[in-house]
Design a protein around this ligand. Structure first.
Ligand code: BTN
Length: 320
């Protein structure tokens, strides 16, 4: 409470110094309590200049997603109608799973400022520092066979790619099946996890991690040659609420198209954005490695590989 009131005071007096005495009188708390609350704000990424006889001046605010901004950006979109915006969590995938089991609806969305145990594909960790990315999980309950879950992965890649291209103007492409790259470096990862029943999808959890405003120093040495952010590539900060809104709108649009008209439009869009097709690639699958030229998507969303012996092999999951 004191913390919120103190923050509001500084926000109402931006650029001005507020003395410890003035704050303590207005909030009815001791000078020591004021100092403690200021330190709490500092821990949250707020920065203050302290000048003797003048007081404190707010000089930097952390980039925080505000519930209202996200709701505004989602206007006109059913996805995100049920919304949780968390300061920190282990993984939004876990949060939405629990919510799904408690009865959350199709389109429910969980967003976190920070994930302490962000999950990537194939059991890897996903680095999710506070306030710098979009870390979110969307709940989908389409009436589809479980075998269509891999199509949802491709659809998500198309949705995020289209949204980010239109916001940033950057040349973003899709590496099979669903990594988004700029200049060969990854800026977004997608993890679709499904729960099924009698061969049908009960629900799908679509996890999307976008490196939005990370800086070069946020990447560990081993990641820096493989990963990048929109900020590094576009030389500017991007509004994360706007990105969330645009991605959800694309997701909803493409899901409607998929459910009403089938997958071929999505497959065409995926192929047009792909940076994989036409290249000779090595795919690591659970069955071992496979080399071939990536020719096209097959009707069920698998990748058609022409092997050196001329035969076609279709791969449904794996790592290039
Ligand atoms: C990948 O390995 O490329 C997939 C990364 C998916 C990361 C996102 S961030 C939001 C959601 N929560 C998680 O724990 N993982 C996904």
């Amino acid at each position: 409470m004191e913390y919120d009131q103190l923050l509001q005071m500084f926000l109402d007096h931006q650029g001005e110094y507020l003395s410890g005495e003035e704050i303590s009188n207005r909030l009815g708390i001791s000078r020591t309590a004021v100092w403690k609350q200021i330190n709490k704000l500092r821990e949250q990424g707020y920065d203050f200049e302290a000048v003797s006889r003048k007081g404190y001046r707010l000089v930097h605010q952390p980039d925080k997603l505000k519930h209202l901004d996200v709701v505004k950006a989602l206007q006109g979109c059913q996805y995100g109608g049920q919304l949780k915006l968390l300061e920190t969590t282990t993984s939004t995938q876990e949060e939405i799973r629990i919510w799904a089991d408690q009865g959350a609806d199709n389109g429910a969305l969980v967003i976190a400022e920070e994930q302490t145990l962000g999950r990537g594909r194939q059991g890897r960790r996903w680095m999710s520092p506070s306030g710098k990315g979009v870390w979110m999980s969307l709940l989908l309950k389409p009436e589809l066979p479980l075998a269509d879950a891999s199509r949802l992965t491709l659809l998500t890649a198309v949705a995020v790619c289209r949204a980010l291209r239109s916001i940033t103007g950057l040349e973003i492409g899709i590496k099979w099946p669903n990594d988004l790259l700029i200049n060969g470096k990854k800026i977004c990862g997608i993890l679709v996890e499904s729960a099924g029943e009698d061969g049908k999808i009960r629900y799908c959890v679509v996890g999307i991690g976008i490196d939005v405003n990370l800086e070069a120093q946020d990447y560990a040495e081993e990641l820096s040659h493989r990963a990048t952010s929109l900020k590094i590539e576009g030389n500017q900060n991007y509004d994360r609420a706007v990105i969330i809104g645009a991605v959800m709108k694309e997701m909803e649009f493409l899901m409607t198209s998929f459910l009403e008209q089938g997958f071929s439009t999505i497959a065409n869009l995926w192929e047009a954005l792909s940076v994989t097709l036409g290249k000779t690639i090595t795919v690591r699958t659970y069955q071992g490695e496979m080399i071939g030229v990536a020719e096209e998507l097959d009707s069920s969303g698998g990748l058609k590989l022409r092997k050196p012996d001329g035969n076609i092999e279709i791969v449904y999951s794996g790592e290039i």
